[in-house]
Design a protein around this ligand. Structure first.
Ligand SMILES: [Mg+2]
Length: 224
């Protein structure tokens, strides 16, 4: 190949690559987000069509298989989160138009009539029957302690060792830091943490988590 044709070929390849890259970047830049109403309707459909229950049934079945393989002793404990784990706030989400309204949330929590997520309650019953202790660990604040405690009882969680809420400066902590630090403290009190059950990864990651059971949640995401 003479030098002229070699140069022409390189130029042609460079142009082709540049064009492909430009088209790719352009398509990335112009990708449109889902309309909020469409996204909301998709989530609503997922919950109300039975698809959410189907996903959750599989999560709980898998969790039971894992917990069934371990021996619980008198110090064994499984830590459950409260909102969107033990308790089902889907009704509240609907009330808030699938957004967040501080006052509506506070009134809902104070009423203490939130139902359980039945599949999570089933896992709780299974763990109790295996001899595990249960502790509820929530990012709710101390002024909501009594309402949360009685709501858990109302929802059928009759037996548990303790309920831990945030108090004082703990509300400035990030979710994972708070939950993880409480698990360290519980371990220092001779509890052996066999597992953690929660709808956010911040409920499950960090120190002493044991078997992690991630409950699906498409309503919101706590990212810290
Ligand atoms: Mg939660």
């Amino acid at each position: 190949m003479n030098i002229f044709f070699k140069h022409k070929l390189t130029l042609k390849l460079t142009l082709k690559l540049t064009l492909t890259l430009s088209l790719f970047l352009l398509s990335c830049a112009t990708e449109k987000p889902l309309n909020l109403s469409v996204a909301r309707e998709e989530v609503k459909q997922y919950y109300e069509s039975g698809n959410f229950d189907e996903e959750l049934n599989n999560v709980i079945a898998e969790a039971k298989r894992k917990f069934d393989k371990i021996e619980f002793n008198e110090n064994s404990v499984v830590i459950f989160d409260v909102d969107e784990t033990a308790l089902d706030n889907y009704g509240l989400a609907e009330k808030m138009g699938f957004g967040y309204i501080y006052e509506t949330n506070k009134i809902w929590n104070a009423e203490g009539k939130t139902p359980p997520i039945p599949q999570v309650k089933e896992l709780y019953d299974f763990l109790l029957s295996k001899g595990a202790k249960i502790i509820f660990l929530t990012g709710r604040n101390f002024p909501e302690y009594n309402a949360t405690y009685s709501n858990l009882k109302y929802a059928g969680y009759a037996t548990f060792d303790t309920l831990i809420t945030q108090i004082g400066d703990e509300k400035k902590m990030k979710a994972q830091e708070f939950k993880s630090s409480k698990r360290v403290w519980l371990t220092e009190q001779d509890y052996e943490i066999a597992g953690t059950v929660g709808d956010q990864w911040s409920d499950l990651e960090g120190e002493y988590h044991g078997i992690q059971v991630k409950i699906p949640n498409y309503l919101y995401l706590i990212e810290d």
